[in-house]
Design a protein around this ligand. Sequence first.
Ligand code: ADP
Length: 638
Amino acid sequence: MAKKNDSKDKKSNPFNLYWLYGFILTFFLITIFLNPISDTKEITMLQFEQTMLSQGDVQKIVVVNKEVAEIYIKPDRLSEKKFEDVSKKANAQTGPQYIIKIGSIESFESKIDKAQEDIALNEKVGVQYEDRYNWTDSISWLLPLLIIVVFWIFILRRMRMGGMGGSMMNFGKSTAKLSNIDTKSKVTFDDVAGLKEAKVEIMEVVDFLKNPGEYTKLGAKIPKGILLTGPPGTGKTLLARAVAGEAQVPFFSLSGSEFVEMFVGVGASRVRDLFKQAKAKAPSIIFIDEIDAVGRSRDQAKSFQSNDERENTLNQLLAELDGFGANTGVIVLAATNRVDILDKALLRAGRFDRHIYLELPTKIERVEIFNVHLKSIKMDETVDVELLASLTPGFSGADIANICNEAALLAARKKKDVVSQIDFTQARDRVVGGLERSSKIISPKEKLIVAHHEAGHAVTSWHLPHVDSLVKVSIIPRGKSLGAAWYLPEERLIVTKSQFMDQICALLGGRAAEEVIFGEISSGALDDLEKVTKQAYGMVAYYGMDDNIGPLSFYDSSGQYQSMLSKPYSEEMGKQIDKEVHHLITTQYERAKDILTKHKDELKELAQLLLDKEVADKEDLVQILGKRKAKELLKIEE
Ligand code: ADP
């Protein structure tokens, strides 16, 4: 209803304004045209003295504003020939018939006196003075002003109508998109695969809104805010959209960055407006995506730069969250993948009381997510969803959606009618490693090094018990890398010390192979070395896995030390950590070299195969390296 009224107002407005413009314009035109002076003839002083004044034709002289003298001729003389030219004019009878521009009043008066010297006293004409308001003069300053006013009104009206983005007049207004029951999103909970616990929690919220009585009668308070956190692409936004689709209540959604504008005070007023709108439509849900844009911790921001505007917005948000009672029927959903940088005040109970953590999907969940996204894809029976799910550990829902889409695109490029398993595996490789660049030119010598480097990774990991199984080795350049070894990682939540050690050893296998075969090392191991160094520091300084340093962790989950740019340990300890890391890596490097020297023939054979075929798959690996004994050994141990 309110909307309709608005539009009516807008329609009637232009009429009123145009009437006003018209009125002002006619007024000015009338004053200009009706100005009597505009219809009078101008003559010189000399003419006046000789032909009129001295002849006694003049009835009166009126000096207006000390500038112009109006001359009124006696009506009975007007018929004379010399007045022929003025007697036909509209104001001929009433006068004035002539005007004279005068320099100074004194000289004007003396000239008049002189001219009337010979005339009898009672016949003499005196000079009257008058001050008149002159409209024509006013126009000279009124017109520009009027033009400015009209232009200003025009701009304002354009903005209000949304002609210029609609944001200038409404910048304090919330930009939240409202999806009503009738315009609600089409996403339902069925489109959200996995995330069982999160779905239960969030469905409960929808239920709170629908039947608040059931909860409040037992004295329970309905939560005000729910924070969805988790790595990017885990479906936070999707879940919120599903809530909008399922809940039969108005749903306001906007992104945190929309609060932050370059104008001071806009953010706060937007927050106020958003909550006002939501309350008016209660029960309703507000969804703020990427809340970290406004909710960034105030202490952290201070240390480097201060952003008062963001702080004001955050304060307003906190105030609004506190301000509405538990029963007003507004629930705030917010999503972020940087919960660590959020202000603590925002996280406390009473504001965002509930935190729902969305994790990266497990294998079973990945199967479900694949199934959701495969629904719309035409595929043949070769597609093995289970295998795809096991090939994609650590992938988020968004990555999986991306793989499905890439696979369909790849199949379309090959002009196939259906998408098959090979397209999916290629799409996965592409998502992980980047685009294959077969056209990248590598010299034969470099190719030789890359082949031995990759074979080195393969051989070491094959003979190490705690490394994931190897599926494929390739020396086709892809993205930035010149070759790659693909593993089938196990689902695991914790990593043991032996697993860490073996991983480091396998990562160093490439560099070790170069040394064992050529006695010369190359820059190609940069990526591996970076990973190894980070992992080793993690083991020693974070996971407390070093024997000499013991179970100490300098991990800083609060990010305090990071912002202070200092280390949480002494210089002495720093030296010790460096020493242990160095020791750990060199030991593993020697170990890798030992393995490769022992299996030098296999290494050479595999490298040769890679040079011939570019890709070695599982069968090739088994043929050259034999069945993977290491894994069997491990099984017996278990
Ligand atoms: P974020 O957590 O970063 O907000 P989104 O919700 O935007 O992630 O997810 C991006 C895309 O990933 C979604 O549009 C959807 O296609 C896909 N996706 C993520 N999680 C899931 C899931 N659990 N089920 C189905 N699709 C998912």
